[in-house]
Design a protein around this ligand. Structure first.
Ligand code: NAP
Length: 323
């Protein structure tokens, strides 16, 4: 099989490609860049595309996917597309309408994966980030088990082939797994994961329940966005990563991506730059040694770029738990 087509089996029988194309960019980046970058990524072999209602680019990402189907580059079934249910739609009655809205923007009949973007429920409405006069987030109160049941209905309706979660800690996953009458287990937990936050305990927990861990910010993000804590060190300047990269005649970015694939993690890489999109595909061209893997494991220092600090105090804020 073409190594670029490497996939892993999800617990519901569907397959997810191990390398995914991330599409999140800060608001000031023109949405047309998401269109062009996604088209290019599909042309050079990315079969897994990650977006979300929050990113406000599903129109362009959907257009890119459809245009690459129309010109014969891929078939719909070759593409694995993930969308996410935003925090303002976690009430069960809002779940299917939110997915239908994404599908309308995408102009697709189904998504391959629909995940709860974050366990932190926010006040429903048109604002993505509802705040009160003092600038504090306005929380909502939702039982995540009820949200999950609404996702199960979306799968039964054929609107999502697979369903999962994102930014859940192990206790929140356990709550879903232990829910009486559970019909489908989450297929994945998409979380921040890179050598400075390697999530080894959460990964072990997920593996033991046949849940795939999907890594975001695998390159250490670097986005100048309201969501990213920019006081942290730059991952891709790490000396250990650089030395391993040099040894393999690769780049630190490729080492960071390869690290995830070799430990059984599905990895996302965002780039809107053609040279770097192409470079990221080279993750299949080399292998790290067990010593390299051990050295990278040793870099873990619990640095979280997306800490969602505004949501501290929410009863479902996920990052106060150890894992
Ligand atoms: P990322 O993939 O860690 O990093 C992207 C940054 O690295 C970009 O600034 C990109 O810039 C640069 N880059 C890409 N390839 C490179 C290379 N080969 N060498 C050097 N620099 C490189 O960050 P992310 O976008 O924060 O996360 C990835 C994806 O995960 C997102 O796009 C999104 O789809 C998803 N995500 C999900 C959540 C969630 O809550 N579930 C949160 C955050 C992100 P250029 O574009 O200039 O190349």
């Amino acid at each position: 099989m073409d190594p670029k087509s490497q996939r892993v089996k999800l617990n519901d029988g569907h397959f997810i490609p191990v390398l995914g194309f991330g599409t999140y960019a800060p608001e000031e980046v023109p949405k047309s860049e998401a269109l062009e970058a996604t088209k290019f990524a599909i042309e050079i072999g990315f079969h897994h595309v990650d977006s979300a209602h929050l990113y406000q680019n599903e129109e362009q990402v959907g257009q890119a996917i459809r245009s690459k189907i129309a010109d014969g580059t891929v078939k719909r079934e070759d593409i694995f597309y993930t969308s996410k249910l935003w925090c303002t739609s976690l009430r069960p009655e809002l779940v299917q309408p939110a997915l239908e809205k994404s599908l309308k923007n995408l102009q697709l009949d189904y998504v391959d994966l629909y995940i709860i973007h974050s366990p932190v429920s926010l006040k429903p409405g048109n604002e993505f980030v509802p705040k009160d006069e003092s600038g504090k987030l306005i929380f909502d109160s939702v039982d995540l088990c009820h949200t999950w049941e609404a996702l199960e209905k979306c799968k039964d309706a054929g609107l999502a082939k697979s369903i999962g979660v994102s930014n859940f800690n192990h206790k929140q996953l356990e709550k879903i797994l232990n829910k009486p009458g559970l019909k489908y287990k989450p297929v994945c937990n998409q979380v921040e994961c890179h050598p400075y936050l390697n999530q080894s305990k959460l990964l072990e927990f997920c593996k033991s329940h046949d849940i795939v861990l999907v890594a975001y910010a695998a390159l250490g993000s670097q986005l100048l966005s309201e969501w990213v804590n920019s006081n942290n060190p730059v991952l891709l300047e790490d000396l250990v990563l650089s030395a391993i990269a040099k040894k393999h005649k690769q780049t630190p970015a490729l080492v960071a991506l390869r690290y995830q694939i070799q430990r059984g993690v599905v990895v996302l890489a965002k780039s809107f730059n053609k040279k770097r999109i192409k470079e990221n595909m080279q993750v299949f061209d080399f292998e790290l040694t067990p010593e390299d893997m051990k050295a990278i494991d040793g870099l873990n220092r619990n640095i979280r770029y997306y800490d969602f600090q505004q949501a501290i105090g929410h009863p479902d804020y996920p990052f106060s738990e150890e894992y």
